[in-house]
Design a protein. Structure first.
Length: 108
């Protein structure tokens, strides 16, 4: 079975792309890279900039597949190119909560 870690969550599948975009934007910001993030939190200024970047998008940056694979994962692709990303969406059983997970490289 593939190992993964949760990177974000949303109350609706349609909102998940925004959460993923915000996460990736903050993760890749040079200010975040310089700040080691020992406690896993992003600096306040980076959060505000990420919010502005997301709200400036007229169309989704990422698309979540309509059907799950055999393991219950919904593929996530980049909207502009159709490239498959190393992320997947899952719906938490019995809830309306959707989570986005990042697949981890195999240990070896």
């Amino acid at each position: 079975m593939r190992k993964w870690r949760m990177v974000c969550a949303a109350n609706a599948k349609a909102e998940l792309w925004e959460k993923l975009y915000r996460y990736l934007w903050m993760r890749d910001d040079p200010r975040t890279m310089a700040d080691a993030r020992m406690d896993g939190r992003f600096p306040r200024g980076i959060r505000a900039d990420a919010e502005a970047a997301v709200s400036g998008c007229a169309e989704p940056r990422y698309l979540v597949a309509d059907e799950a694979d055999a393991d219950g994962f919904y593929a996530v692709t980049e909207a502009a190119t159709g490239a498959l990303l190393p992320y997947a969406a899952l719906q938490v059983p019995g809830t309306c909560l959707w989570v986005c997970v990042e697949f981890l490289p195999p240990e070896g």
